[in-house]
Write a protein that binds this ligand. Structure first.
Ligand code: GSH
Length: 286
């Protein structure tokens, strides 16, 4: 679990925060995952929005809490946890009911969540190619310099390689995301969702008859993929049915709802891409 050590944390005031605090962004998939989890557990928490649109995640104050410059971050009674899946695991330990990470399957769940996390940059690739009107500009040189210079640069006391990975992602893709990158990311999701389709042939949720953290995690990915034009219903009909079921639940739906106007802008952009033969389905031949 990624719980920061004292030396990793430069923004010292959070060490005095009591209770559950989530630093997050409304439209961030990992933040949405954490908020759905908090809803299902009915945990009271304090919200600290961090605006990714203005690169607030790269300002020194936030980097002093999250050296990776990513949302979400959990502060719980002065402990600082980063990495959404580790945040959920920490919350599960503190608030065990309802059980969303079955204790007898903890290591299997950790393995499956790692698989989900490994796809995060693929999700970002598709997002930044197919949701442009909603996202604004890519990360500027100035923002990336602020990121480079800020924070301790360490996680669990070690120099953190993930920071370089983040900077590399933006520097590689700032000029635009290539068709090849789109195809690679779409193929990774197709394989992952084929596996999920097979699981749903056996049970209504990924770990059996009850909702677990895996359903939350993949729900959030399914939302984003549907938004960028991935043909979920056509390619994975069981996953689509499961997705619709979760969409009907307020604890899920309210966390992924888009502000008025955004959904329309994205839909118009998708239509435009389809007319030009540049939609995700065209490029990835799905
Ligand atoms: N592995 C990380 C990934 C977190 C992540 O990439 N968060 C995105 C939002 S979903 C972010 O903060 N991006 C920074 C940016 O867009 O500048 C986690 O699970 O917490």
């Amino acid at each position: 679990m990624v719980k920061l050590l004292d030396q990793d944390i430069l923004t010292r005031e959070v060490l005095d925060w009591k209770g559950v605090h989530l630093l997050h962004f409304a439209g961030s998939s990992c933040s949405q995952k954490a908020r759905v989890f908090l809803n299902l557990k009915q945990i009271e928490w304090e919200s600290h929005p961090i605006d990714l649109g203005t690169n607030e995640n790269y300002n020194p104050w936030y980097l002093g809490i999250n050296p990776r410059g990513l949302v979400p971050t959990l502060v719980i009674d002065g402990e600082v946890h980063i990495e959404s899946n580790d945040i959920l695991t920490a919350l599960e330990h503190r608030f065990p009911t309802p059980e969303l990470i079955p204790a007898n399957l903890a290591s299997e769940v950790a393995f499956l969540l790692k698989h989900e996390d490994d796809l995060h940059l693929d999700l970002r690739t598709l997002t930044f190619r197919f949701m442009r009107p909603y996202l604004g500009p890519f990360r500027s040189t100035e923002a990336l310099n602020s990121f480079r210079d800020g924070g301790s640069g360490t996680v669990e006391g070690q120099v953190d390689a993930n920071k370089k990975r983040e900077i590399d992602f933006w520097e590689t893709n700032n000029a635009g995301i290539s068709d090849e990158a789109v195809r690679k990311s779409a193929a990774a999701f197709r394989t992952a969702f084929d596996e999920l389709e097979a699981k749903l042939a056996k049970s209504p949720y990924f770990l059996g008859n009850e909702i677990s953290v895996l359903d939350i995690a993949w729900y959030i990915y399914a939302v984003r993929l549907s938004t960028v034009g991935y043909p979920l219903q056509k390619l994975h009909p069981r996953v689509h049915g499961w997705f619709e079921g979760l969409n009907a639940r307020d604890e899920f739906a309210k966390e992924v709802a888009r502000p008025v106007g955004h959904a329309d802008a994205i839909a118009r952009f998708q239509e435009e891409l389809s007319r030009e033969g540049k939609a995700l389905t065209d490029i990835a031949m799905l």
